[in-house]
Write a new protein. Structure first.
Length: 141
């Protein structure tokens, strides 16, 4: 049985990634448990998103994520059941840490926008909350 874990929107963090700059260009990197607060178990990316399309539209019971705009930009809307906040990601030197139990939507992709997602767990459909009303009941009751 899933035990409700409420997470405040205040736990979300925009994290600057290390950058090494020289005449050959920039190199940015991140390491599990050093730059982000979890071990990376899965990596995927969103790209070629048509204009006006939204991704996400769900919450995770225990999975944490870290999103980076590798190219272009997009907006991330996060909701803890009481408050909603928007983050615009447009710089590949910053990533957005998203704890579990936050409703998320990703939209407003630029024409060449690429969203890299680092996840704390392997894919598990049972970790998803796909209905917003069910999410609200879990976090408010």
């Amino acid at each position: 049985m899933f035990l409700k874990k409420t997470v405040s929107i205040e736990k979300i963090r925009l994290i600057e990634l290390p950058k090494i700059k020289d005449c050959r260009g920039d190199l940015s990197f991140l390491e599990s448990l050093i730059h982000i607060p979890f071990e990376i178990k899965r990596i995927y990316f969103l790209h070629n998103i048509p204009c006006g399309i939204k991704r996400g539209g769900h919450a995770h019971k225990s999975l944490e994520q870290f999103l980076i705009a590798l190219n272009g930009g997009f907006d991330v809307f996060l909701d803890d059941g009481f408050n909603r906040k928007r983050f615009s990601l447009t710089n590949s030197n910053y990533g957005l840490y998203i704890p579990a139990m936050l409703w998320r939507e990703v939209s407003n992709f630029s024409s060449q926008g690429i969203c890299l997602v680092l996840a704390s767990q392997y894919y598990d459909e049972s970790d998803y909350i796909r209905n917003y009303e069910d999410f609200i009941k879990l976090v408010r009751n």
